[in-house]
Design a protein around this ligand. Structure first.
Ligand code: NAD
Length: 315
């Protein structure tokens, strides 16, 4: 396992990025966080501002990236990530996946740093192979509404491989599956924060379609541990990081209603266009190579998430 002295995290003020910053700092790594606060915000890293090893720079990584001094790890997490966000910000999403990735790769190349791309299970699209292993090429509709995100990530993967083969940059690609936990935005449109907000407000919990479509959800601490294990290895990827336990969306909604003690009814709404029917990672590769697998059960993760939402605000 390698130790890193100075990591640059693009999108570090977002949900996953902020947890990565926490974990890197705890491991003794200096962290520079680059974020334009498009879908994240400084409040996610507020608790780190007094830490001398942490620096937050407000910048758009599609403009340019310049960092003084040595850097030995670049984690490229900047990108709108929830359907509500990338459907509202299609061009920004494609720019950060293409030009932003180019700039982040350029930084890693210049500094001789390890580079890790946050790709996504959406690279598999609406999959025709189940579960999804890394050698599956996917089933993506490039001209559908979700194409802006899926294709930006697929382009980013191809660009990452081009830097590896052309410039010998030390690169890694992780394909992250649905992750949940504290600091998700309640209004980001993803199923878990939406159901939690609705259940806590006593509003109807809106399940898309008939709720038989499946998702595999991973608690954020597990995802972050998986990402950092890949970063500290020599694996080029792509490597799936996610939880192989599959649940129907209806079962997710029901367990959220019950965990919150809510009296909310469950109602059914239209399914979004190109919404995948099934989603489950095959994590044999990361399990075999790095011994990583999720540790936090859905019930445990749900109560940790709920506790973060209902905790009294600091005085
Ligand atoms: P998020 O929206 O909370 O975080 C993304 C961050 O990137 C935000 O803070 C945003 O302000 C920043 N950003 C966007 N464009 C930028 C730009 N041009 N310059 C600088 N900063 C910019 O989303 P997240 O859920 O934390 O996702 C982070 C990364 O992980 C994304 O790349 C996403 O595709 C990937 N991912 C997340 C999940 C998940 O379940 N959360 C699953 C698969 C992949």
């Amino acid at each position: 396992m390698r130790h890193f002295s100075h990591a640059v995290v693009t999108g570090g003020a977002g949900f996953l990025g902020s947890h990565l910053c926490d974990r890197l700092l705890a491991a003794g790594t200096r962290v520079t966080c680059l974020d334009n606060f498009l879908t994240g915000g400084p409040e996610n890293v507020e608790h780190l501002q007094s830490n001398e090893a942490f620096r937050l720079i407000k910048t758009d990584v599609t403009d340019f990236i310049h960092i003084r001094g040595p850097v030995d790890l670049v984690l490229h997490f900047a990108s709108p990530a929830s359907p509500v966000d990338y459907l509202r910000l299609p061009i920004e999403t494609m720019k950060v996946g293409s030009i932003g990735t180019l700039h982040a790769l350029g930084l890693a190349k210049d500094k001789g740093a390890r580079f890790l791309l946050a790709s996504t299970s959406e690279a598999y699209g609406d999959p025709q192979v189940h579960p999804q292993s890394e050698d599956y090429w996917g089933h993506v509709n490039p001209v559908g509404p979700r194409g802006v995100y899926d294709e930006a990530k697929r382009f980013a993967e191809a660009l990452t491989m081009a830097y590896r083969t052309t410039h010998a940059t030390d690169t890694a690609i992780v394909r992250i599956f649905n992750t949940y936990g504290p600091r998700m935005r309640a209004d980001d449109g993803r199923a878990i924060p939406t159901f939690l907000r609705q259940a806590l407000d006593g509003a109807p919990v809106t399940v898309a379609g008939d709720g038989t479509q499946t998702r595999s959800v991973c608690y954020v601490d597990d995802t972050v541990a998986g990402v950092l294990a890949v970063a500290a290895s020599d694996l080029p990827g792509p490597v799936n990081v996610g939880c192989p336990e599959e649940m129907t969306v209806l079962a997710l909604a029901q367990s959220i209603v019950s965990a919150t003690g809510s009296r909310s009814p469950i109602t059914f709404v239209d399914r979004p266009v190109d919404d995948p029917m099934v989603r489950r990672p095959d994590i044999s590769l990361i399990r075999r190579e790095l011994g990583w697998q999720p540790q936090v059960s859905w019930n445990e993760g749900l109560s940790l998430t709920l506790a973060s939402l209902t905790a009294p605000a600091p005085a």
